[in-house]
Design a protein around this ligand. Sequence first.
Ligand SMILES: C[S@@+](CC[C@H](N)C(=O)[O-])C[C@H]1O[C@@H](n2cnc3c(N)ncnc32)[C@H](O)[C@@H]1O
Length: 268
Amino acid sequence: MAADLPQLTDEQRKAWSAGDFAAFAPQLLEPSEQLCESVAARAGQLVLDVGTGSGNTALAAARRGCRAAGLDFVRPLLARARERSAAEGLGLQLVEGDAQALPFPDETFDAVVSVFGAMFAPDQERTASELLRVCKRGGAIGVTSFPPSGFAGELFRITARFAPPTRGAQPVFRWGTRDGLERLFGDGAVSVDVRTRHFRLRFLSNQQGAEVFRTAFGPIGMVFSKIGQGRQARLEEALTEHVARYNEAGGGSAVVPVEYLEVIVRKG
Ligand SMILES: C[S@@+](CC[C@H](N)C(=O)[O-])C[C@H]1O[C@@H](n2cnc3c(N)ncnc32)[C@H](O)[C@@H]1O
């Protein structure tokens, strides 16, 4: 069935707007800092962060002296990024826009980064080609994504079991396999390096972990809003059990290792 990409994009924008993602985003600081190291972000470089949310990766680049811009399609998240940038005196440029149609000329940035952002856009080929287009020749595109295995991959699969089918949606895991990434970036890249990394999520308890996914992750919150009370309770229970399975902390709190891919694409 043909995908209605503009409609899917609009649904996703509403989903990411619904949750309080900014409250959760500090848990993702580590992959942002690591990605800026991996693309060797240096003072004076122009860096674009796609799907910046409340600004994590753009801020990490700006702290390294880069002239950083953050793009997202959720205005309230950009407002949070602006507050954080002002608090640190970093002068981020913040732009409302869609990862599938970046509002920048060809070959503008020394590095284009995206931490768990670009992977969610419905038109995956278009998004990958936009990241390549706005990057200078010889520059780097650094992306993090979730593989099908591990905590996040299983989280998506659990949630998908409860979600009404989305017409025409492409599988998000294409960004999470070496093969899929090579097909997305292959033609425009001189190299696609993929490595597996981990970061840790921390919650007050297994149950609070499930609660955070419901309230802070727009797409998961959206699934809750579309199902009846009985299924809501079963999804909440499945998420709590999922956090518990991965929890490596004792004493009632939760520490969850999350496997992710860090992808560095060199543009030829
Ligand atoms: C998991 S959050 C990550 C946010 C941020 N990179 C971080 O590490 O905190 C995904 C972000 O991608 C944004 N996003 C998803 N699809 C997008 C699209 N098509 N265009 C622009 N932003 C998008 C969402 O609004 C959200 O802020």
